[in-house]
Every structure is written in structure tokens, then in C-alpha cells.
Design a protein. Structure first.
Length: 438
């Protein structure tokens, strides 16, 4: 289906940001590992988070959706795979990565798989790292990707992993480690990308009663030519038990970026509710980016106000800690005056798509001037009308719809926003930007 603009009127108003996808994944997984019954309020129910709910049910958690909350009766860490078939995670890379380590806690074998796109995601670094902890995980196609067979057994001990590819590998080991036989010491080797996502993991682990000791040391060898020394992060997780709790999921800065960018590009004023001032989400960086591009931003304790005259300017921005903002920022750059240089997102090449390549190719269809680099892109403002393809990437579909504020643009396969923001069309309509699928 094609996503396109239906009408535009009086852009602005008040709208609630959708719940955080990252926190929703982690909340249901930790509640499923905990002792007791948890109530999860304001959960996001999207294609991705439903994959996490499904696999947790399959491994023994009792999960019931009520009107106001999701009730999870935890397993106490005693998992058992009730399925004789591979567990289908659809397109959820977060679920695949987090649950690969967690599945090592099951008392029987688990096979995790997903759709064609999910089966292109690299998993070999994580598979290698958890082998040192006693978990035997095997890529059934012998290519370091799903489907993955995980055998029972999680001894614990020491391991290390590169932080340059995906923070989800790190979070996967951390989330599962307190339930291992011996606990885990994890060393994250340079360079550590997307660190705020790991901070989010540690934050919610603490809410469910598990504490992690963290530190670092400086390494004086085997670093890059440019750096004589480098930092190695260390996480120590003793054997512990997750405890059930009542948990409210905060708003998602990644998804809110489309609401905020809509005001910034068109001009207007809006309040975006459920965005917390003290959030640990790395994508909170969108506020600083929009401010530097020319919008007025006021941050309150639990909401954000934005005003704009629609005149944005190009900036230089490093997105190493907020790669999910890449496509939103690229679209903002294409709608701004001057040139925007985006760097630090080489790891965005292993998302739902190679997001650097896909974003550049679709912007070129709209006659945008740009230059692609290994870790980012340089974009000079100015686009024309046309048709692009989401390439199955939910973030591309949502971000490129914003070009429709000023140009006639249609997005083929535009319905994929369901992956992370099921009520995207309804939320955008609340601030006067009406989209439709045709």
C-alpha cells in the first residue's frame, strides 16, 4: 500500500508520544524472568513488541492483556520451551538479540527465527560471546544469522564483545546474566556505540531488583592507529533474582521525532506529552538537533514544547549514540537550507535495512543532492515531488511521509509503520497532518 498525505490543516496542538518500544521489549522480558506477578502500564503493542510477548509466553510466562495494563506472571527464571517448532519473531531484531542469550536459561532447546529480513541480521558476534558463558548457540544455516538453535545451559563466567556493531548484543548478555549459575563479568571492547541503550537496560534491570556493577579501564595496546590508548567497559553481574513490580513505560523519543519534526518542517507549535526530561533514551538527542536547526524547544518534566517558523538550517551531527534518528535527521536535512553532515552511524547499516544506503537511494529519487560515506552522509537541502519505497523499513516510511508537508510524495509499502508505531496515522492527524494508505 502507498502512504501519502490526505490533508494538512493548522499544524500543531497537543499529542501524546507513543510508549517506548525499547522499554516495552525489556519490560515484558524482565517481567517474564521475574518471581511474582508484574503489571506493565502504557505498554506499546506493535508488531515488534508482540514478538517479545509471544516468545516469553512460549518459554513459560503467563501473559494477559487487560484494558489498562499487561499482567505478567513470571517464571522466576525457570524457562521451558513449549513449542516443537521454531519460534517466529517476525521482523523484530530486538527480540532476536535479547532472547538469544535469555533462551540459554531454558531447560530444553530453543530455535529462534523470523522473516526474510530478520534472517539477514548478523548474530555471529553474540553467538561467539555467549559460547564463553556455556551457551551453545548455532546458526542453522551456518552463516551467523537466524534461524538460531540455542541449547540449554548458562554457566556464566567472563566474556567480551565488541561494542561497535549493536548495543543489543550487550543488553542481551546483561539481561540474562543474573540468572546464570555463576553470574557474568562482561567486557565491552572499543568502540562502544549506542551506549544510552545499554543505560536503558541497566535502568530497567534496577527497577526489577537487579543491580549491576560497572566500571572501565584504559587499555594501552591493540588500539587504533589514531589512539594510543582505548577504554574497555566492564560490567559485573552477580547471580540474582528479578522481582516482579508495577512498571509504567515512558514515551518514545524515537517515535516522537516524527511528531516533533512535523512541527519543525511545517512551522507551528505543539506539546508532546509523555516525554520525560530525565529519560535515559539516547534519541532524546532529537531535541538538541531540532534546536540547532532553528526550532524553539522547551523541555518540561514530562512533556516537550516545540515552536518553529519552518525555516531550518543545516548542521553537523554525530548520531553514534542515536542511530534510530538517522532517517528523521536525513529528512530534516533535505528540508533545510544549507548542508547537513551526518556521521557516526556505520552501525545503522545492519538495521532493518542498510539505512545509510536505503536513505540515500530514496532521497536521490526526489532529486536530493547528497554524498554517501561509510559512516554517514552529507545532504544539501532541496527535494522534489516523487515516489519512494520504504524497503520494508518502518522508520523510512514514517520519516519520508514528512516530506509530504511541502511536496507531493508517496511511499510504497508505507504500511510498515505498524512495526513500531501502530497509531502513527492517528497521532499525526491529532496535530493536523492527515495521512492515508491507498
Amino acid at each position: 500500500m502507498k502512504l501519502k498525505v490526505k490533508s494538512i490543516s493548522n499544524i500543531g496542538g497537543v499529542v501524546k508520544a507513543p510508549p517506548s518500544k525499547s522499554y516495552s521489549h525489556r519490560a515484558v522480558i524482565l517481567a517474564s524472568l521475574a518471581e511474582g506477578t508484574s503489571r506493565l502500564y502504557d505498554m506499546l503493542f506493535s508488531e515488534d513488541t508482540l514478538a517479545s510477548i509471544n516468545v516469553c509466553r512460549t518459554l513459560g510466562a503467563q501473559i494477559t492483556q487487560n484494558d489498562d495494563y499487561l499482567e505478567v506472571v513470571g517464571t522466576g527464571g525457570k524457562l521451558h520451551n513449549s513449542s516443537d517448532e521454531p519460534i517466529d519473531l517476525a521482523n523484530s531484531g530486538t527480540t532476536l538479540r535479547l532472547m538469544t542469550s535469555v533462551s540459554g536459561l531454558s531447560d530444553n532447546d530453543v530455535i529462534l527465527t523470523g522473516d526474510d529480513s530478520l534472517q539477514t541480521r548478523p548474530m555471529d558476534l553474540l553467538i561467539g560471546a555467549i559460547k564463553n558463558l556455556g551457551i551453545e548457540a548455532t546458526s542453522l544455516n551456518d552463516n551467523g544469522k537466524a534461524p538460531i538453535l540455542i541449547k540449554s545451559g548458562y554457566v556464566g563466567g567472563e566474556t567480551n564483545i565488541s561494542g561497535s556493531v549493536s548495543s543489543q548484543y550487550i543488553s542481551s548478555i546483561l539481561v540474562s546474566s543474573p540468572l546464570s549459575d555463576k553470574g557474568v563479568t562482561l567486557f565491552v571492547l572499543p568502540e562502544f556505540k549506542s551506549r544510552p541503550y545499554v543505560d536503558m537496560t541497566l535502568d530497567i534491570m534496577k527497577k526489577f531488583g537487579v543491580h549491576v556493577l560497572k566500571g572501565f579501564y584504559v587499555k594501552h595496546e591493540d588500539c587504533t592507529k589514531e589512539h594510543k590508548t582505548c577504554r574497555v567497559d566492564e560490567f559485573k553481574v552477580k547471580k540474582q533474582q528479578y522481582k516482579a513490580c508495577n512498571y509504567t513505560v515512558e514515551g518514545d523519543y524515537s517515535s516522537a521525532s516524527y511528531l516533533l519534526a512535523c512541527i519543525a518542517i511545517n512551522g507551528g507549535h505543539a506539546k508532546i506529552l509523555n516525554l520525560f526530561k530525565n529519560s535515559k533514551q539516547g534519541d532524546k538527542l532529537i531535541l538538541d538537533i531540532l534546536k540547532r536547526m532553528g526550532a524553539d524547544i522547551t523541555v518540561h518534566d514530562d512533556y516537550v514544547e516545540i515552536s518553529s517558523d519552518g525555516k531550518l538550517k543545516g548542521i553537523d551531527v554525530n548520531l553514534s549514540n542515536a542511530p534510530d534518528l538517522l532517517i528523521t535527521v536525513a529528512v530534516l536535512a533535505a528540508m533545510a537550507e544549507g548542508t547537513t553532515n551526518i556521521t557516526g552511524v556505520k552501525h545503522a547499516r545492519v538495521k532493518e535495512t542498510d539505512r545509510i544506503d536505503t536513505t540515500c537511494r530514496q532521497l536521490e529519487k526526489l532529486n536530493c543532492q547528497l554524498e554517501e560515506f561509510e559512516d554517514g552522509m552529507s545532504i544539501t537541502g532541496g527535494v522534489s515531488s516523487g515516489t519512494v519505497d520504504s524497503c520494508g523499513d518502518h522508520r523510512l516510511a514514517m520519516a519520508f511521509s514528512l516530506i509530504g508537508l511541502k511536496h507531493d510524495v508517496g511511499i510504497i509499502n508505507g504500511e510498515v509503520f505498524d512495526v513500531s508505531f501502530p497509531n502513527f496515522i492517528e497521532s499525526m492527524a491529532e496535530i493536523g497532518f492527515e495521512l492515508e494508505l491507498v
